[in-house]
Design a protein. Structure first.
Length: 303
C-alpha cells in the first residue's frame, strides 16, 4: 500500500458568464477533481443542472489551492463559502471536514457505550409527519406503456419504460438518418444509411416525390423512409423534431432499437434527446455540423 498521502484540492467550477468571479459558480474540496466533476455533472443539484445547461467541461475547472492536510483545504473552502447559497453552493464551506472527521479511540469507545441499549428509531409521529409531507409534494406522473403503471418523475427512467420487465425484447439494432443536412450533403459528409438502416425526415409527406427521386439518385431508395405526417405548410422545426422522436419510440415498441440518430439541427437535437431520455431510450443523437451548408427554413427542395 502506498504511503503517499492524498492531496486535497480546492476547486472552482466557474460560471461561464463570470469566469473570474469566485462568488459565482461552485467551490468544493476533493481528492480527485475529474471523478468529483463527473459526479457533479450527473447530479440534480443546481451545480449539476448548471454544468449541463452551460455545457461546462472539466478543462474549465480551476484549482484554487492544494494541500495534503484535509483541515487546511476545508478551511480554505470556508474562506470562499462562509455562508449558505453563495454561487451554486447550497451549504457553507468547511462542513465536509467536520462531517468527515474521525474521533480518537477513547472518544469512539465512550460514544459506543452511551448508545448501548438505545434505539435510533424516531417516534411514530415523526415518521407519520414525514409521510404526510411527501404526500403534499406534486410530482409529474408518467404512465408506462407496457405495464400501465403510473410512476413519478425521477423513477420512470430508472426501472420503467425502456427498462420495464414487460417491454418488448430489442431484437434489432440499427441507425437512423435525417435527410436535410445529413444525407443530402452527399460528397461533403459521406453519411449514407446502411442496408438495414432507416431514414426519418422532417419533410412533409407532400414532399415524397422529390424525396424519393433524390434517394434514387443516391442508390438508397430501398431504405425504409418515414416522412412527417403534417402538410408542408403546417410543419415547423419543432413539429419535425417531435415526429422524428415519436417515430424512434414507435420503432422501439415494435422491437427495433435505434442506436445512433444523425441530425444536423441543434434545436431539434435537444428536443429529440429530451424525448428519448424521458422515455428511457438509450438512442444517441449525433450532431452533424455542416457549417450552414444547408438551410433550415421550410423550403421545398424540388429536383
Amino acid at each position: 500500500m502506498s504511503n503517499i498521502p492524498n492531496k486535497y484540492y480546492v476547486y472552482h467550477i466557474p460560471h461561464p458568464m463570470h469566469k473570474y468571479d469566485l462568488n459565482k459558480g461552485y467551490i468544493g474540496v476533493t481528492t480527485n477533481v475529474v471523478t468529483r466533476f463527473n459526479q457533479h455533472a450527473k447530479s440534480d443539484f443546481i451545480v449539476g443542472r448548471s454544468i449541463r445547461k452551460y455545457d461546462i467541461s472539466i478543462e474549465e475547472v480551476e484549482i484554487l489551492y492544494e494541500t495534503e492536510i484535509a483541515q487546511e483545504a476545508y478551511e480554505k473552502e470556508f474562506h470562499y463559502r462562509s455562508n449558505v447559497k453563495i454561487g451554486w453552493n447550497i451549504t457553507e464551506g468547511g462542513k465536509g471536514y467536520i462531517e468527515g472527521h474521525s474521533h480518537d479511540f477513547y472518544t469512539r469507545a465512550k460514544l459506543s457505550e452511551s448508545k448501548k441499549g438505545k434505539s435510533n428509531r424516531q417516534s411514530d409521529e415523526h415518521y407519520k409527519s414525514l409521510s404526510e409531507s411527501q404526500k403534499n409534494i406534486k410530482r409529474k406522473k408518467y404512465t408506462c406503456p407496457y405495464c400501465l403503471k403510473k410512476v413519478s418523475e425521477g423513477n420512470h427512467t430508472r426501472w420503467h419504460f425502456a427498462n420495464c420487465k414487460k417491454a418488448p425484447v430489442q431484437h434489432t439494432f440499427i441507425n437512423a438518418f435525417d435527410i436535410d443536412g445529413v444525407i443530402d450533403l452527399g460528397k461533403f459528409s459521406g453519411l449514407y444509411p446502411g442496408k438495414n438502416d432507416v431514414i426519418i425526415s422532417g419533410r412533409s409527406y407532400e414532399e415524397e416525390p422529390e424525396t424519393k427521386k433524390m434517394l434514387e439518385e443516391k442508390n438508397i431508395s430501398d431504405r425504409k423512409l418515414y416522412l412527417n405526417p403534417l402538410p408542408f405548410d403546417r410543419k415547423t422545426r419543432k413539429s419535425s423534431a417531435e415526429h422524428k422522436a415519436k417515430t424512434v419510440i414507435e420503432l422501439f415498441n415494435r422491437g427495433i432499437s435505434i442506436n445512433l440518430f444523425y441530425e444536423d439541427d441543434w434545436d431539434q437535437l435537444r428536443i429529440e434527446q429530451k424525448k428519448f431520455a424521458n422515455y428511457g431510450l438509450k438512442t444517441r443523437v449525433i450532431w452533424v455540423n455542416h457549417g450552414g451548408l444547408i438551410e433550415k427554413e421550410n423550403i421545398r427542395r424540388i429536383i
